[in-house]
Design a protein around this ligand. Structure first.
Ligand code: SAM
Length: 225
C-alpha cells in the first residue's frame, strides 16, 4: 500500500470504530471543530484517542487530572467527564486565545465547575501548583510544546504520588523519534524525556505507536511505583 492508500484505510478504520464505540456528542463536536479557531488548528487528539484517554482515567480511578496543553479543550472534556462530578481537571495553556475558546467549550459541555484553566507558560503554572502544595494528581497528560517534555515530566513527578499515571502524546512523530541526530527540538524533547523515564527506577513505562486520522504517531504511558 502506498501512503495515500494507508491513510485512506486508517481513516476508514477510525471512522468505523468511532461511530460504533465512541460517538461524539454535540459538545465534543463543537470543541473539536472550534480547534480551527485556535493558534494550532487540528492539533487536538482524535476522537478515539480522547475516548482512550478518558477510559485510562477511569481505569486508574483518577479524580484529579493535570493536563499540559489545552488548545480548545477537546481532550480536557474527555478527562473532565471521566473524573466525574467530584473530580477536577487542571489544564495549562500558553495562549489566551485558546484558553478563551476552551472555556466556552467547557460551559457548553456543562463542565466548567470541574475544570481549572491556567493561562501562561505551563512550566511556570506547574511551578505555581507545586508552590501552592495542591493535592496530588492521579493522572497527568503531557501534550504541550514538545521540547519542554522533560520539564513537564519533572513537574508531573513533583505533583503526583506512587500509583499515578503519566501520559505523553506525540512521541513517534512519523518515526522521527529514532533519529538521534535530529535537529528538530520536538524530537529531541521526546528522546530526552524517554531517557529520563528509562533511568528512573520508580517509573514503569511503555510506548505505543498509533495510526489513524492523526497520521502516524504514538504515546508513552508511565506509572509511578
Ligand atoms: N491536549 C489538546 C487536545 O488534545 O485537545 C491539544 C493540545 S495542543 C497539541 C498543544 C497546546 O499546547 C496548544 O494549545 C499550545 O498553545 C499549547 N502550548 C504550547 N506551548 C505551551 C507552553 N509553553 N505552555 C503551555 N501551553 C503551551
Amino acid at each position: 500500500m502506498n501512503r495515500y492508500e494507508s491513510t485512506t484505510v486508517w481513516n476508514a478504520v477510525d471512522a468505523y470504530f468511532t461511530t460504533r464505540l465512541t460517538p461524539e456528542d454535540a459538545a465534543l463536536v463543537a470543541a473539536r471543530e472550534s480547534g480551527s479557531e485556535t493558534t494550532m488548528p487540528n492539533a487536538e487528539v482524535a476522537p478515539n484517542q480522547g475516548a482512550f484517554l478518558g477510559l485510562l482515567a477511569q481505569i486508574a480511578g483518577a479524580r484529579r487530572v493535570l493536563e499540559f496543553g489545552t488548545l480548545a479543550g477537546y481532550s480536557t472534556i474527555w478527562f473532565a467527564r471521566a473524573v466525574g462530578a467530584d473530580g477536577q481537571v487542571v489544564t495549562l495553556e500558553l495562549e489566551d486565545q485558546n484558553a478563551e475558546i476552551a472555556r466556552a467549550n467547557f460551559v457548553r459541555a456543562g463542565l466548567e465547575d470541574r475544570i481549572d484553566v491556567r493561562v501562561g507558560p505551563a512550566a511556570q503554572s506547574a511551578q505555581q501548583l507545586i508552590a501552592d502544595q495542591v493535592a496530588p494528581f492521579d493522572l497527568v497528560f503531557i501534550d504541550a510544546d514538545k521540547p519542554n517534555n522533560p520539564v513537564y515530566l519533572d513537574a508531573a513527578l513533583a505533583l503526583t504520588k506512587p500509583g499515578a499515571v503519566i501520559i505523553i502524546d506525540n512521541v513517534v512523530r512519523n518515526g522521527a523519534v529514532t533519529d538521534e541526530d535530529s535537529d528538530d527540538s520536538r524530537v529531541q524533547g521526546v528522546r530526552t524525556v524517554t531517557r529520563d523515564i528509562a533511568i528512573r527506577p520508580d517509573l514503569d513505562a511503555t510506548a505505543l505507536q498509533t495510526v489513524g486520522v492523526k497520521g502516524w504517531d504514538g504515546l508513552i504511558i508511565a506509572r509511578r511505583r
